[in-house]
Design a protein around this ligand. Structure first.
Ligand SMILES: Cc1ncc(COP(=O)(O)O)c(C=O)c1O
Length: 503
């Protein structure tokens, strides 16, 4: 039947989930205004504010309505009950965990991507080619070749899981071990071992458990005074395991630890891995972005020799959550790790809509979101020089924070990092307190600062000691914000110590 001969449908008013074009435009504009006002006024808001009981009820306990609501009502509901209770990472005085604000072009790209809503697995589609472009850029950023296997995933945890699956595949292939068929069930096989420092991110444990290796397969290696994995201790552990009949196969190094921003000695680790035939994975979820700075060349030397790297655009690059990237130097191996294409998903390369690349063969997901657009728009908007400027700004602010901490008689700095994390502790002058008292005061301090709302930071434990931890990642944070962080911490710390002293 030719198209002209198809009787045209009577125009029907749009019904949910659709909107008429004019209504879509009107609601869309209201949403853009809402977001623009929110972003413009964010400094005047608390970084976070605790939810109220009625607010919680309004969000969590609402019933699934029998009848649909008007779109404008939904925007009002969002503005009243959701927008005032953010995580805080959009605020320039947020120094928590490793969470950046969303780039403005990333926010817009989320909207545009949702409008097209492709599944980014296979096809000769612009969305697929965009992912190829951005993963190539990220591969280049860490010094990997252009034909690296790269895929966008939900974040650093998923990236590490993806890369370690490839590492496991490589060692299995070496042993003629059909992992896809037999899994890790064969007791006649040697025990696989991998190595990381105690500073490695907790997602490593989840990955090795999911991969069937068990977390007892991970040997924890000592760190040096700068909290970097000690290559000599690693060498000893590998030799010991070999002597015991185990099979060392992978070292997980970190470029930017979550605790202190330490960057492992990647070049020495790459040498060691080459000597022992081990896979080198570098968790650069947070820190790999700083490899772009020539002045940090020495710190990052060896990153380009890794077998795989995880790098999160949703951390330092400010791409909206969820955007991680798994980079595996050997793209063919990566494909063998994940490829399983049933007939109903098969396309012929370059025939019809068939593309040359099927991302579902390079990772776990089949239907995949259009993460590439927000990454592409954010990176295009910044350019390499914009990204360098952003990272340098954060490094400068972190140094300034360290100086302010060092100058305060009631603060003690607890870490030194080449990146944008500063760990410190509130230690009341005179110090009549035990180590446990100080831990208690500092834990309380973090909780009180967080609910106070003027600034936000988090805590961690270093060598058994609880410390305050601040990470600079916001594009609009200024020196005044860093100064405010220090003065709020000291003010609240004085209050807590005063009460503790009276008790
Ligand atoms: C060094 C490092 N690796 C991995 C992760 C996990 O990343 P995600 O939370 O995106 O899964 C983080 C998160 O902060 C991290 O800092």
């Amino acid at each position: 039947m030719r198209l002209e001969s198809v009787p045209s449908a009577q125009h029907q008013p749009a019904a949910p989930p659709a909107l008429d074009t004019d209504e879509f435009r009107r609601i869309g504009r209201l949403a853009v205004d809402l977001v623009a006002d929110y972003l413009a006024g964010i400094r005047d808001q608390p970084v976070v504010q605790p939810m109220t009981e009625s607010g919680r009820r309004a969000v969590a306990q609402e019933e699934f309505p029998e009848h649909g609501a008007a779109p404008e009502e939904l925007l009002t509901h969002f503005a009243r009950h959701v927008l005032p209770y953010p995580m805080g990472n959009g605020h320039p005085r947020f120094f928590g965990w490793v969470n950046s604000p969303p780039s403005h072009m990333g926010i817009i790209a989320e909207f545009l991507a949702a409008a097209q809503n492709p599944s980014c697995d296979v096809g000769d589609l612009a969305s697929i080619h965009l992912e190829t472009a951005v993963t190539r850029w990220l591969a280049e950023l860490v010094g990997f070749p252009a034909d690296t296997g790269g895929i966008l995933v939900s974040g650093g945890s998923a990236a590490t899981l993806t890369c370690l699956a490839a590492a496991r595949q490589q060692v299995a292939e070496r042993l003629d071990w059909d992992l896809g068929r037999d899994g890790l069930q064969d007791p006649s096989r040697p025990r696989l071992r991998l190595y990381a420092s105690a500073e490695v991110h907790s997602s490593l444990r989840k990955s090795v458990e999911l991969l069937g290796l068990g977390h007892s397969a991970v040997r924890t290696i000592a760190v040096d005074a700068d909290r970097r994995l000690d290559p000599d201790d690693l060498d000893r552990a590998v030799r010991e395991d070999l002597a015991n009949g185990d099979l060392p196969f992978c070292v997980v190094a970190t470029a930017g630890t979550v605790n202190t921003g330490a960057v492992d000695r990647l070049d020495a680790l790459a040498d060691l891995c080459a000597r022992h035939g081990l896979w080198l994975h570098v968790d650069g979820a947070y820190g790999a972005a700083a490899a772009l700075l020539p002045e940090l060349g020495e710190v990052y030397r060896g990153l380009e020799r890794a077998d795989s790297v995880s790098l999160d655009p949703h951390k330092w690059l400010s791409v909206p959550i969820e955007t991680g990237c798994a980079l595996v130097r050997d793209a063919a191996l990566m494909r063998r790790t994940f490829s399983h294409v049933p007939p109903y998903l098969m396309t012929e390369q370059n025939v019809g809509i068939g593309g040359t690349l099927d991302y579902a063969e390079y990772g776990f997901q089949q239907t995949r979101g259009f993460r590439a657009l927000k990454t592409w728009m954010t990176l295009q908007h910044m350019g390499r020089d914009g990204l360098r400027t952003l990272v340098r700004r954060h490094l400068r602010l972190a140094r300034r924070l360290a100086e302010l901490v060092d100058a305060a008689d009631d603060l003690r700095r607890m870490s030194a990092s080449p990146l944008s994390v500063v760990c410190f502790r509130y230690v009341p002058p005179g110090d009549p307190y035990t180590a446990q008292d100080l831990d208690r005061i500092n834990r309380r301090l973090v909780a009180d600062v967080q609910t106070d709302g003027r600034v936000f930071l988090t805590g961690t434990v270093l060598d058994g000691t609880y410390v305050l931890r601040a990470c600079v990642l916001h594009h609009s944070t200024t020196e005044d914000d860093v100064t405010a962080l220090v003065s709020v911490v000291r003010e609240i710390g004085r209050g807590i110590a005063g009460k503790a002293g009276q008790a």
